[in-house]
Design a protein around this ligand. Structure first.
Ligand code: SF4
Length: 207
């Protein structure tokens, strides 16, 4: 089954509903700061949904998470321009950023393949000061994690179970429990990739 493309107007709502915590955090920071360090990695993900449609959950589960949202090129350009122009100005955006985005859609130059970011890879990364990537279960303080989970609607016993798994360094299990608490449905395969979280979420939400 193929998933509906996402239009720009729905993106905030879908981010809240179906993004795993790592990508939710990234997305919120982008909305707040209008910029991301290492933007290229994330931008690449954001705009390459085409492949998700093609693979339709088959072998090629997509690389960077945000590609799963399914923005078309024009919407992706509009999205990034709206965010980044506030920091760098529209002229610089057009000169320095738009090309990369178009490039990643295969509209300019030769398409580059980017390595998938699985949970394992994200968990073992070391975000520097001011970076917002990383796995919140691994990289947030417990206090911040509690606040973030509460914002996702996870509370009570479910919250304590997530914290327990986190403290025992079972980060992906903590994320799986979060998924189950948020969706009221089981996630038997566990969470191994942010895109998988998103895809499973959409499957439940759209069924
Ligand atoms: Fe993201 Fe994976 Fe961490 Fe969940 S376990 S927050 S999907 S990196």
């Amino acid at each position: 089954r193929e998933y509906a493309e996402l239009s720009l107007k729905d993106i905030d709502q879908v981010a809240k509903r179906s993004f795993p915590l790592c990508m939710r955090h990234l997305f919120e920071k982008l909305r707040e700061d209008h910029h991301l360090k290492h933007w290229r990695s994330y931008a690449t993900g954001f705009i390459s949904q085409v492949e998700v449609h093609k693979s339709s959950l088959g072998k090629d589960v997509p690389q960077f998470f945000i590609m799963g949202v399914g923005l078309k090129l024009d919407d992706a350009l509009a999205f990034w321009k709206a965010e980044f122009s506030r920091k760098v100005g529209a002229d610089r955006f057009d000169k320095e950023y738009a090309y990369s985005i178009r490039h990643n859609y295969g509209k300019e130059g030769k398409r580059t393949d980017y390595t998938p970011y699985s949970c394992q890879k994200i968990i073992s990364s070391t975000p520097g000061v001011g970076d917002h990537h990383g796995c919140p279960y691994r990289h947030f303080s417990l206090e911040n994690l509690r606040v973030a989970l509460a914002k996702m609607g996870v509370g009570g016993r479910a919250l304590e179970e997530v914290i327990d798994k986190t403290q025992n360094r079972h980060y992906q299990l903590a994320c799986t429990l979060t998924f189950e608490a948020v969706h009221g449905a089981s996630c038997d395969a566990g969470v191994n990739h942010p895109n998988q979280y998103y895809i499973d979420s959409k499957r439940i939400m759209e069924s």
